[in-house]
Design a protein around this ligand. Structure first.
Ligand code: NAP
Ligand code: MG
Length: 493
């Protein structure tokens, strides 16, 4: 059986062999030296004339510099969005709106390769993920919501719907293009206009999307993209002429936003953090479950809000599952995100790597046993070996808090009731997984688990027609599907 320790060029004929490198070609992507703000259909210099660097987390090299939008810039973007809403977009026949959105979807497909390369360069995720998941799923969201634009009367029978106005949208760094698609597509399909801010460390694909939007001929001001850090996000949240805030990010910032908009008539959807319990019963197809767990937490560096970072294994099969997980993480390829063989890319930023390292120390101090793959790591950039913790107690912080890295906490259980109680004993409630051969057990678990999504015998599957969102401190509101239209509409009887 092939055993690949890393995707470095070294071939070790004595003990193992490596895959030959299969790097995607960087030159298939164009990244400008500097990016301005996309306001009213045009590229506009930031009024404070400030720019910040965006780097490749796999080698710490600068990729480009990006405009830092201040309050005046956000105000200009909101004004452009308001003007486009009142004068053009809300008056446009819905089927015409839909045509623009279809065009954007097709253009994302046409530029898929370039978008995938830029996503992996800027954010550190393996090209396999950005090529096979992020970019096609982003295009699919535009296709899906394009189809709804002229069918809103059928979506809500006997009720009229009207758009809210200007939506302020703020997204995180883990799925930069996909989160932009999740936000923009339903907003403009329902007749709203948008001011969107990507995360500071991963602005580039949102800016490429702005280029696509400009080329698509979408009326000026319908979508405005302003880059910057937290202060730019706060300027959007606090702008008085915004009707709706759509935020995806940490629970901490979600709480700040909710406090900031309390007492205003801004609507909000908050998609926040998660700690997903993945539960393996003794009757599960074990190899399939092990692969599902690996997919759920290690691919994409654990940078997924619904990562299955909290594993419960029924006691009778725990030894076998842990042994298989250890074997499997040893074969994961950690390295160059642009290499098509890579399983685990770079951690998104130094700051996130420090957070993960902090939790590795907390886990050890709490008395859990840590096991890491023995793979070598590149010398530059931000990296973390795939890590398992066993002997974890329910109350341990590594079992309760979101780590957002390739770190799996493993606990055991004996009965259904016990595991439901433990899995629900969390401030979060975004997602969960159940692995069992028995259909009735799946229904019992999914009914009783307080999680927005429960996957059965699979993990991390997404489809634009399925709603996604959390319970408890994982937020409120749903994105995707018919449900994803509602947060952007007023329904009138
Ligand atoms: P974050 O720190 O909350 O940042 C999210 C976005 O908010 C970024 O654009 C950020 O800008 C901006 N921001 C920061 N402070 C702000 C403020 N005071 N007001 C307004 N905006 C502000 O989250 P993150 O670390 O980027 O992302 C990871 C988190 O997102 C995890 O907790 C993860 O679970 C969650 N997430 C949830 C979902 C979901 O669907 N539930 C999906 C993906 C991720 P800067 O980047 O410049 O700081
Ligand atoms: Mg970057």
């Amino acid at each position: 059986m092939a055993k690949a320790k890393s995707n470095t060029l070294k071939l070790n004929f004595d003990t193992s062999w490596s895959y030959a490198p299969a790097p995607e070609n960087k030159s298939a992507a164009t990244i400008k030296k500097q990016y301005d703000l996309f306001i009213n259909g045009d590229w506009v210099k930031p009024s404070g004339n400030k720019y910040f660097d965006t780097i490749n987390p796999a080698n710490e090299e600068k990729l480009s510099e990006v405009a830092d939008a201040n309050m005046a810039d956000v105000d200009a973007a909101v004004k452009a969005a308001r003007n486009a809403y009142e004068k053009i977009w809300k008056k446009m026949p819905a089927k015409e709106r839909g045509k623009y959105i279809f065009r954007i979807a097709r253009m994302i497909q046409e530029k898929a390769r370039e978008l995938a390369i830029i996503e992996s360069l800027d954010g550190g995720k393996p090209i396999r993920e950005s090529r096979d998941f992020d970019v096609p799923t982003a295009a699919n969201h535009f296709f899906y919501y394009a189809g709804w634009a002229d069918k809103l009367d059928y979506a809500f029978p006997n009720r009229l719907s009207e758009p809210l106005g200007v939506a302020g949208q703020i997204i995180p760094w883990n799925f930069p293009l996909l989160m932009a698609a999740w936000k923009i597509a339903p907003a403009i399909a329902t007749g709203n206009t948008v001011v969107l801010k990507p995360a500071e460390t991963t602005s580039l694909t949102a800016l490429k999307l702005a280029e696509i939007i400009q080329e698509s001929g979408l009326p000026e001001g319908v979508v405005n993209i302003v880059t910057g850090a937290g202060a730019t996000g706060a300027a959007i949240v606090n702008h008085p002429d915004i009707n709706k805030i759509a935020f995806t990010g940490s629970t901490e910032v979600g709480k700040i936003i909710q406090r900031a908009i309390a007492g205003t008539n801004k609507k909000a959807t908050l998609e926040l953090g998660g700690k997903a319990a993945n539960i393996i019963f003794e009757d599960a197809p074990i190899d399939q479950a092990v692969e599902g767990v690996i997919n759920g937490i290690f691919f994409n560096q654990g940078h997924v809000c619904c990562s299955g970072s909290w594993l419960y294994v029924q006691e009778s099969v725990a030894k076998e599952v842990i042994r298989k997980l250890k074997d499997r993480i040893e074969s994961l390829i950690v390295g160059d995100p642009l290499d098509k063989n890579t399983d685990i890319g770079a951690i998104n930023s130094r700051q996130q790597l420090e957070t993960i390292d902090k939790y590795l120390n907390i886990g050890k101090k709490e008395g859990a046993e840590m096991y890491q793959s023995s793979c070598s790591l590149p010398g530059k950039g931000f990296w973390c070996r795939p890590t398992l913790f066993t002997n974890v107690a329910q109350s341990n912080r590594i079992a309760q808090e979101e780590i957002f890295g390739p770190v799996l906490a493993i606990l055991t259980f004996r009965t259904d009731d016990e595991v439901i109680e433990k899995a629900n004993n969390s401030p979060y409630g975004l997602s969960a997984g159940v692995w069992t051969d028995k259909g009735s057990k799946i229904f019992n678990m999914t009914r009783r688990m307080r999680a927005g999504v429960v996957w059965a015998n699979t993990f991390n599957k997404f489809d634009p027609s399925s709603p996604f969102g959390g319970y408890k401190e994982s937020g409120f509101g749903r994105e995707g599907g018919l449900h994803g239209l509602l947060p952007y509409l007023n329904l009138i009887n």
